[in-house]
Design a protein around this ligand. Structure first.
Ligand code: DX5
Ligand code: ZN
Length: 214
């Protein structure tokens, strides 16, 4: 595994040329492809669903990192796993606390990795008891829903708490407002997986942009 995993968010790609854009970031050195799934309920936006994941599975061998920003994520774990997701992350705020461990294990039962995401208002202490059940924790540094928002630096402070508390092999992902400067802040605090949408897809030179995040 690379030291810092770069996961470009296709939310900022050109959806009319999605296959082309995924091949472009793969060629430029991306490690994963981040897929933002929104339902218009958990977040005030709608994006893409299972058929799109099934299609993009055919154009890349990179791991598909599926970030579910939806209510009732359980319903969609199997469809996304069968469509080719390699990592499925759901939101702590979208489920009952007593369902969290079962859902982590349910994701893993498909032979893939499980992630738990937290919104900016959620305190790290709330999820410490669950992190052993997950391969990855996702710290949101913007309110989920839209690309291109400003990085909330106080959210990044949560990373050091998870790095300290989690196992050595815990993947610590950060998502929202990541660019060359904020990436450095996050990796210093212990992040080893960076999601970036607008910074990568709006740049003139995609491989330089990806390199600048490492
Ligand atoms: C926001 C999504 C992000 C988003 C990041 O709800 O989870 O993955 O695409 O976009 P940027 O990198 O532009 O902040
Ligand atoms: Zn995301």
């Amino acid at each position: 595994m690379p030291k810092v995993i770069i996961s470009p968010s296709i939310l900022s790609s050109d959806f009319a040329n999605l296959g082309r854009d995924i091949r472009m970031v793969e060629k430029a050195g991306a490690d994963w492809i981040h897929v933002d799934v929104m339902d218009g309920h958990f977040v005030p936006n709608i994006t893409i669903g299972v058929p799109v994941v099934k299609s993009i599975r055919k154009v890349t061998n990179l791991p598909l990192d599926v970030h579910l920003m939806i209510e009732n994520p359980e319903k969609f774990i199997k469809p996304f796993a069968e469509a080719g997701a390699n990592i499925i992350t759901f939101h702590y705020e979208a489920v009952e606390r007593n369902e969290i461990i079962r859902l982590a294990n349910y994701i893993k039962s498909f032979g893939i990795q499980s992630g738990l995401a937290i919104k900016p208002a959620t305190k790290p202490e709330e999820i410490l008891e669950y992190i052993g059940a997950f391969d990855m924790i996702l710290v949101m540094t913007v309110e989920p829903g839209f690309g291109g928002q400003k990085f909330i630096s106080k959210c990044a402070q949560k990373l050091s708490c998870f790095r300290e508390y989690g196992d050595e092999d815990l993947i610590l992902q950060v998502d929202g407002g990541i660019n060359d400067e904020t990436a450095r802040v996050c990796t210093k605090l212990g992040a080893n997986s960076l999601v970036a949408g607008s910074y990568i897809f709006n740049s003139e030179n995609i491989s330089e942009a990806i390199d600048s995040l490492r």
